[in-house]
Design a protein around this ligand. Structure first.
Ligand SMILES: [Zn+2]
Length: 127
């Protein structure tokens, strides 16, 4: 799978194999930006979509008096979880990158050890 450039932060990333070439955003934070942009674009393309709903909404809220308070609590907990997930994902990526870098360094080191004539084998001599 090919690396892509994130449309939001510009970083190079490896798309999730399940999304593949369709993936535009590198991380949860950038996916949020993408979602927000899509919502704004929808509202621009469908002006008045949200108008005229308040009478219906008022009736619904009267039959579900506690809904909004619970929704706010759920959202608060979700935001905390999302922040944690973003940090965990960044850590996982950093560890993965470190592992890959170490692999490539070992490969280069092995090449020098096999071919000392490359002239830089002294770099890797142990004390
Ligand atoms: Zn990004």
């Amino acid at each position: 799978m090919a690396f892509k450039r994130c449309c939001y932060c510009g970083k190079i990333f490896l798309p999730d194999p399940r999304v593949g070439d369709r993936q535009k955003a590198c991380s949860k934070a950038c996916q949020r930006l993408r979602k927000r942009e899509n919502n704004r674009s929808f509202s621009r393309r469908n002006p008045g979509y949200w108008r005229g709903r308040y009478d219906y909404l008022r009736g619904w809220r009267l039959t579900h008096p506690d809904y909004q308070r619970q929704w706010r609590q759920r959202r608060k907990a979700q935001n905390k979880a999302t922040l944690f997930e973003i940090q965990a994902e960044r850590l996982r990526k950093a560890i993965e990158l470190t592992g890959r870098t170490q692999f490539y360094l070992r490969e280069i080191q092995a090449e020098f050890l096999v071919q000392p004539s490359l002239g830089a084998s002294f770099v890797f001599q142990s004390p």
